[in-house]
Design a protein around this ligand. Sequence first.
Ligand SMILES: [Zn+2]
Length: 335
Amino acid sequence: MRSARNNPGRVALLLSAFLSALALAPQPAPAQTVTDQKALATLATPPAGDSVRGLPADAYKIPAKKLFGRQKLPADMKARAIGTYAKGCLAGGKAIPVDGDAWQVMRLSRNRNWGHPDLIALVERLARESKAAGDWNGLLIGDIAQPRGGPMLTGHASHQIGLDADVWLTPMPNRTLTRDERENISATVMTLNRKQIDPKVWTVNHAKLIMRAAKYDRVARIFVHPPIKAELCKWATGDRSWLAKVRPLYGHNYHFHIRMKCPAGMTSCKDQWTPRPKDGTGCGEELAYWMSDIPWKPKKPDPKPVDPNKPKPKPPVGLTLSGLPAECRAVIAAK
Ligand SMILES: [Zn+2]
């Protein structure tokens, strides 16, 4: 400060640098409602030594899901998955075409057909190979990721680094769906309840499609509803090692979720570490757990009675850009 006060020329220089930085900065988004000023004061502090230029003025002030949710285009950078599947972002995202020779993208209004180019190539390969083999007419593709990945306002905890893709278990019809249909058609639910498959809709071709995806070397895991895993365990013969990648998870009864391994040598990307099922397939103990009532036991009720006179606690701001990997700042700042 002292040197600046003693040197008017330096003050003018700093001022002009500040003004030109302002001119370069993108227009700030409309004001956001801040729900918890106190939480914001801590979270909104840019990390020390932050030197990323071109960040929007509100980059640290709004929840990361809003910041990433409003990105319409990818960051024009070298393609990289940054962070973990459930906390990260995507540089150099690529969109899968909404109409392919063996697929159609659903729910176009969500703009979530972006992914790491390797994942896009893998989804296209699955679509083409399963069609060519006569197993599947074509893929109906659900959410992949936002143009720059990151957390989403609705839906998923993961799908943040462009290496996760949801594929419907509904076969593609023999025609191009209209935009309206892609928005409104419901996917077919494959289960009668949490323990039983619906034999009227489940086919051997569903099993073949999931097996093909699981056998790809670069696929890390596939999530399906527990009774679907049970059905695959009953069906599979010969080499059953691919079953180890098919993991039971609720909520996957009308689509399955493909998770790809981090591309080789990509240090910015963190693979998910969990042990492989002990029996080599997950058809034993792990499946028994998921098919039991244990995961469904209701949580203990809150012992404290709610005081109606007490004001409701405000929801916290949640994760902001400062809570994501540092490289995600450049992803937001990029053109
Ligand atoms: Zn998913």
